[in-house]
Design a protein. Sequence first.
Length: 182
Amino acid sequence: MAALMFAFLAAFVVTMGARDQVVVSDLSEAGHGAALPLGVVTGWIASALAGYAAIVVLPLLVPDARDMLGAVAALVSGIEILILRPGRAPKEPTRSIGAAGLVLIAHQITDAARFLAFGVGAAYAASVPAALGCAAGGSLALGLGALGVVDPRASWIAHGRRVAGVVLLVIGIAVGWAALPR
């Protein structure tokens, strides 16, 4: 249960203002009716892949190594949040669901939310709950952006993302330090 809740909260927070939320929001605003369902489906696929990766890696890790993997996931996710910014609004001349799907899955497979789901799934030895939590949290954030409840390009979201990135760096350092052999 802890893995599901941590992954849900982490995915929701780091998806707010992320590249995939901006793409889904911009496409929805431009009248691309399938943007939100497409974003949700690709998010669930990416989360399932992160959960599967945690399942594959889990038997290879001792408990301290699982903690260290969780720390590395937090560090890398924090760095990704601090460095990568959403780009300009997409120009979608073809209105192709396939092209939008490829862009979204590429963003989502390589984003902080999925890497956190991988790290949480491995650290807690709970890959499936972590993947489900990540998929649900990311879907909620995508929905808020696509429905216009929040503007993913708002300055307060950008500032919140920076704070989340710093918090993830601190968590990664603390968990990594605690996992070091004494």
